[in-house]
Ligand binder design. Structure first.
Ligand code: CAA
Length: 283
């Protein structure tokens, strides 16, 4: 199957990044969101990222224009009828994803693959909402999408080999590295990452060390590019809590119990960088 046109559903941080890397790899992209203002915001982020590449002489002004010209925007899911692949990057709510996948299943061609960028919701359950579960797959990009090399590719119970192969090939064309994973809570990335972040929060909660000290230990001692609490603020503390809840519920093991301090911060609206306050404060 030759994928030429891709729809990305959701123009937020992840969706706009995915649209950018697809357009940079030469795909025609339709970026979808519910409102024009969300689309405009997404396209502005892409333009800014490309401008930075022009400033660093990695792209010419003409190449930038060409990449941007490959991205069309829409507020109508019906435009999915034109595409070979949809990558959904909407909010992490199962009822929203199910509704989107049901509509996409009705609107798209039979051959179209439906991928989701979910970080932790079961692919198998999303696939079961469609009449083509063999063509539904997880394609989990990391944040910031234009920079991070990994795409975790998650097979749902019914995902077939052809679908897997197409997505693996596209991932390589996006200049990313695919890693195959099966469908269990948190997949691999968040099953390993989030308990580390949660444990870092426990060390602050129990007075073992300050956030700065915890981050310094992990940055200088383990060569992590960001300390776990800086990373938690970057990801969003609400997202971290949400994923810990999924792990806790999915495995039923106490080792995944979210730290009470994480719950408290989320209740306070201290969600990290996006709200200006989390473990650190931001301008
Ligand atoms: N969008 C696009 N490009 C970005 C960017 C963004 N938001 N942020 C940084 N960059 C680019 C910069 O332009 C710069 O590019 P060049 O090297 O080409 O000049 C490069 O990234 C490095 O940036 P900086 O020098 O400003 O800063 P840095 O060296 O500290 O790197 C970082 C920033 C790449 C974010 C690095 O700190 C890092 O890798 N942090 C960890 C990120 C991480 O773990 N992500 C996974 C989160 S978990 C997830 O996504 C999954 C989930 O389900 C929750």
């Amino acid at each position: 199957m030759n994928v030429q046109k891709v729809m990305v559903v959701g123009a937020g941080q992840m969706g706009s990044g995915i649209a950018q890397v697809c357009a940079q790899a030469g795909y025609n992209v339709i970026l979808h969101d519910l409102k024009d203002e969300f689309l405009q915001r997404g396209v502005n982020v892409i333009s800014k990222n490309l401008n930075r590449q022009v400033e660093k002489s990695r792209l010419s002004e003409d190449e930038k224009k060409e990449i941007l010209s490959r991205i069309k925007t829409t507020t109508s899911l019906e435009d999915a009828k034109e595409v070979d692949l949809v990558i959904e990057a909407a909010v992490e709510k199962m009822d929203v994803k199910i509704s989107i996948f049901k509509q996409l299943d009705e609107m798209t061609n039979e051959h179209t693959i439906l991928a989701t960028n979910t970080s932790s919701l079961p692919i198998t359950e999303i696939a079961a909402a469609t009449k083509r579960p063999e063509k539904v797959i997880g394609m989990h990009f990391m944040n910031p999408v234009p920079v991070m090399k990994l795409v975790e590719i998650i097979r749902g119970l019914a995902t077939n080999n052809e679908t897997y192969k197409v997505i693996e090939d596209i991932t390589k064309k996006l200049n990313k590295v695919p890693v195959e994973v099966n469908d269990f809570p948190g997949f691999v990335s968040n099953r390993v990452l989030m308990p580390m972040i949660n444990e870092a929060i426990y060390t602050v909660y129990e007075g073992v060390a300050t956030p700065e000290a915890v981050d310094e230990v992990m940055k200088l001692g383990m060569n992590h590019p960001m300390g776990p609490l800086t990373l938690a603020d970057f990801i969003g503390l609400d997202t971290c809590l949400y994923i810990m809840e999924i792990l806790h519920e999915g495995f039923g093991d106490d080792k995944y119990r979210p730290c009470p301090l994480l719950r408290k911060y989320v209740k306070a609206g201290w969600l990290g960088r996006k709200t200006g306050r989390g473990f650190y404060t931001y301008e």
